[in-house]
Design a protein around this ligand. Structure first.
Ligand SMILES: [Zn+2]
Length: 876
């Protein structure tokens, strides 16, 4: 069922007309445990005022049916007032009460009230997910962020279940089907933030007391996961991060945590990393590590915990008026996620991870033709849904990092404190934050905001060596308006050389490698196209880095000498952040067809493993795999795949590292040799790896990791090296929700048109397949070569509109992205836009100009990525 099509204009009209005071909501979840249950009861009583008595409005509800509508004591005929997903309310009074009794549908797509049956024990779990506008799938509401109201929830559910809401439980009483729990009335909340968790969840409780200016503030903590995952929930470690975060945000924001308790629930089949429901944060249960986790995974989880906690202030306490200003919460939370990890000392290298991973996401998105300003133009909810992207999150966070470099951290914090004080429990726009920032900094920040928040595209920084130092240039192009742009950058230019200042050179390579250290770093204010920096030491240095320390948001073009240094001896650079900027520059050049993919791949194969940050290592090898599969010319692809695979195989054998083993299986799914190593990762007994070497011991311990076993099986299936029976046997060994998902990926990975057609029919035809299982199948399907994919090209373009119209936006998005035909081989001498697949995609776009903008956006982005790949293949 499609999402509600509320437009910005509808929302503005409604919020001019109404003030919503309170909701009283009754949910009947007593039938949830019945096998195959599809519906539940929901009653919403809304108290609201209207400035124009006699006017009409509507409540949003998207469910099975509406049974009863009563407005101001008068019953309205359901057949007359229910119109699709709107319940029309005519002839309003100044003060109104509407009561809607309805039947909701349990979700299988992760939107609304999701119902999940645990294959491990048959137990039923429920949770809600609303953003941007799915509260109306389980409560009849005025679905828009600026109609905040107090919510009081009553939930009737099986008596032995755990039930949580945004507010604390205030009481319970027995009911026919179990027990009714009553929850405390909340502070004013936007509808997208209302949440319920219900099921036989495993719970761990803890406590924290924050020291505030007004004295100690106790915050009860609780963590939840499915019962079958209980033994894997490392609640102590999660609570430690949570406590550090609460202390950190109190110190920086100067506004006490406003939502009482702090629950964190890890839930199944979750569509995103996490959601900042006030007092009841929900997370993907991928963060409950059932097998050994990599350092990068543990750090990523800590980052998400901090990100969601930042939202308690940026987003929940003060909320954007409409989705145009989504950045007012997401950019800030993304920035705070890394800032908190770095400043609390939990992960001192958090900004390196950010530079490497989050910024890479932003640079990719910001080069697409669909990019947009950080402050976006969001006309309706479909557009809102698409806007949770690399611009709103990662670019926004990068620009806030630049803002801190520009005005200073004290000014930034003072602005945030004033903003919370002034707008607590309200809604804001860019203007409100700018006012606080201008006040705190004592200068007009309008020009800064116009240059950074209201333009699109990436600035590129480069350095030209001069007789006295360096000249820093910026180039920028705003693809949204098709014009050049210049931004004010506060940055640093760093110079790296051997300690004695000598340049070194090829002779420095060898057993006694000489490290390259930062010998100078000059702060630069770059407000125009270029600026000269007096930096004599730079004249003859092996490496000069604009954006040293990664203060600003810009890609870097290395000068020829620095490029040679980066390619030949990046591992000699002492500073982790400096290496990250070099890697980023190499990757950008590869994607832009200015560096042959081969150079990137061989550099990663040689030096990637020397990186100290686990997340960075993972990212580099993943980028190298993309370089092989998309950007390398067909003639070199097989050889480069082997280079990468062999490098990883050697690392797995010598270190037993889980990170390298995971990367090895991901690369192996695309072919190459190393069959023996793959098989030893799924060995079921000691005999298969019974050697006496240290290496075989390391392999045996890896083969005990169930998730890694699945990854190796997927690779073997993609190579057609295992049959159904092996996959089924593994599923017997691991009959869990995760096992079921992996098994589906493995089955879907099998090559050949018949196998792929089976997957196609299942993901496009089986409406009972949940969000997570659809994605699991698509991951396997994606391991397909261009020839096998050929018969699916026409059905793909023929089905797009139907998918979009008939499925929820979440499910449709997965299909449209996941089934876009794979990258094909560039034809020598042919301009990429002339390639048959590009032409086919362009034809669909020209024949469907009226198609929903959100659907067109995905096709445009996929087509652009394809053209980029074809161009890069020609760069070799
Ligand atoms: Zn967020």
């Amino acid at each position: 069922m499609p999402s509600p099509h509320l437009t910005r204009d509808d929302a503005a009209t409604r919020s001019t007309l109404l003030t919503v005071r309170a909701y009283d909501v009754h949910l009947d979840l007593t039938g949830a445990q019945v096998e195959g249950a599809t519906t539940f009861g929901t009653v919403s009583e809304i108290h609201f005022d209207c400035v124009e008595p006699g006017a009409a409005t509507f409540v949003d509800f998207l469910g099975a049916s509406v049974e009863e509508v009563e407005l101001n004591g008068r019953s309205l005929p359901v057949a007359d007032v229910v119109d699709g997903q709107r319940v029309r309310l005519p002839d309003l009074a100044a003060r109104n009460t509407v009561r809607v009794r309805a039947t909701g549908l349990y979700s299988r797509s992760g939107e609304g009230l999701h119902r999940f049956v645990d294959p491990a024990d048959g137990r039923v779990y429920l949770y809600t997910q609303n953003e941007p506008a799915d509260c109306c799938r389980w409560i009849p509401v005025f679905e828009q962020p600026d109609l905040k109201a107090r919510f009081t929830l009553h939930v009737d559910a099986p008596a032995d279940w755990v039930v949580r809401g945004n507010g604390a439980e205030t009481g319970a009483e027995p009911s026919v089907g179990g027990a009714v729990r009553h929850f405390a009335t909340t502070e004013p909340l936007s509808t997208y933030l209302v949440a319920v968790l219900a099921g036989p969840y495993h719970a761990v409780e803890a406590q924290h007391t924050v020291t505030t200016a007004d004295g100690p503030l106790p915050v009860p903590l609780a963590m939840f996961c499915r019962a079958s995952l209980a033994e894997h929930l490392d609640a102590d470690r999660i609570a430690d991060v949570t406590r550090a975060g609460l202390d950190f945000y109190h110190e920086r924001f100067g506004f006490p945590y406003p939502f009482g308790k702090y629950d964190q629930a890890f839930v199944p089949e979750y569509n995103l990393g996490a959601m900042e429901n006030p007092g009841l944060v929900t997370f993907t249960e991928a963060f409950v590590f059932r097998t050994e986790a990599t350092e990068a995974q543990v750090q990523a989880r800590a980052n998400v915990i901090m990100h969601e906690m930042a939202h308690m202030w940026f987003g929940d306490l003060v909320t954007m008026r409409w989705w145009d200003d989504l950045w007012l919460k997401e950019s800030f939370a993304d920035f705070m996620g890394s800032a908190s990890l770095a400043d609390t000392g939990l992960y001192p290298g958090a900004w390196v991870t950010f530079a490497n991973r989050r910024k890479a996401w932003a640079y990719v998105q910001d080069a697409l033709p669909t990019t947009h300003p950080i402050v976006a133009d969001i006309v309706d909810l479909d557009a809102a849904k698409q806007n949770f992207d690399g611009i709103t999150y990662a670019k926004g966070a990068s620009v806030l990092k630049q803002l801190v470099a520009f005005v200073g951290r004290d000014v930034f914090d003072a602005a945030a404190r004033a903003y919370f004080r002034e707008h607590a429990w309200g809604n804001t726009t860019l203007a409100d934050f700018l006012a606080a920032l201008s006040e705190a900094s004592g200068r007009d920040m309008g020009a800064w905001a116009a240059a950074w928040l209201q333009t699109s595209g990436i600035s590129t920084l480069s350095v030209e060596r001069t007789s006295t130092g360096a000249r820093v240039h910026q180039d920028g192009w705003d693809p949204a308006i098709g014009a050049a742009m210049t931004r004010p950058h506060a940055l640093a230019v760093g110079v790296y050389a051997e300690e004695d200042g000598a340049g070194g050179g090829p002779g420095a390579l060898g057993p006694a490698r000489r490290r390259l250290r930062r010998v100078a770093s000059a702060p630069v204010e770059l407000a125009s196209a270029s600026v000269d920096v007096d930096l004599p030491v730079a004249v003859d240095a092996p490496l000069i880095l604009p954006n040293d320390g990664d203060l600003t948001y810009a890609t870097v073009d290395l000068d020829p000498r620095s490029l040679t240094t980066a390619l030949e001896r990046i591992e000699d650079v002492d500073d982790e952040m400096a290496r990250t900027i070099c890697w980023s520059a190499l990757w950008t050049m590869t994607r832009d067809a200015r560096l042959p993919a081969e150079r990137f791949v061989t550099t990663v194969a040689r030096a990637g493993a020397a990186e100290t940050d686990d997340g960075v290592r993972q990212m580099l090898f993943t980028q190298a795999l993309t370089a092989v599969t998309r950007y390398a010319p067909p003639s070199t692809r097989a050889e480069l795949l082997s280079v990468l695979l062999d490098a990883l195989a050697a690392l797995v054998r010598s270190t037993g590292s889980l990170t390298f083993a995971r990367l090895f299986t991901a690369v192996a799914a695309h072919g190459g040799g190393q069959d023996d190593l793959l098989r030893s990762l799924v060995a079921t007994d000691a005999a298969a790896s019974s050697g006496t070497t240290a290496s075989s011991g390391l392999l045996a311990s890896l083969a005990a990791n169930q998730d890694l076993r699945w990854a190796a099986l997927v690779a073997l299936a993609a190579r057609d090296a295992v049959g159904h029976d092996v996959i089924e046997a593994e599923l017997q060994r691991d009959p869990t929700a995760t096992g079921r998902r992996h098994a589906l990926t493995a089955r879907s990975a099998r090559p050949g048109t018949d196998a792929k057609r089976e997957v196609w029919e299942s993901v496009t035809g089986d409406r009972d397949l949940s969000n997570e299982l659809v994605s699991a199948a698509l991951r396997g399907f994606a391991l397909i070569d261009a020839t096998t994919a050929e018969p699916f090209v026409e059905p793909y373009f023929a089905s797009l509109t139907a998918w979009w119209n008939e499925r929820s936006i979440e499910m449709a998005t997965r299909l449209v992205r996941g089934l876009f035909p794979p990258v094909q081989d560039a034809v020598p001498g042919q301009d990429p836009p002339e390639h048959p697949l590009v032409r086919r995609s362009a034809r669909w776009l020209s024949e469907h100009e009226e198609a929903p903008a959100a659907l067109r956006r995905i096709v445009i982005e996929e087509q652009d990525s394809l053209v980029r790949a074809l161009r890069a293949q020609s760069a070799g």
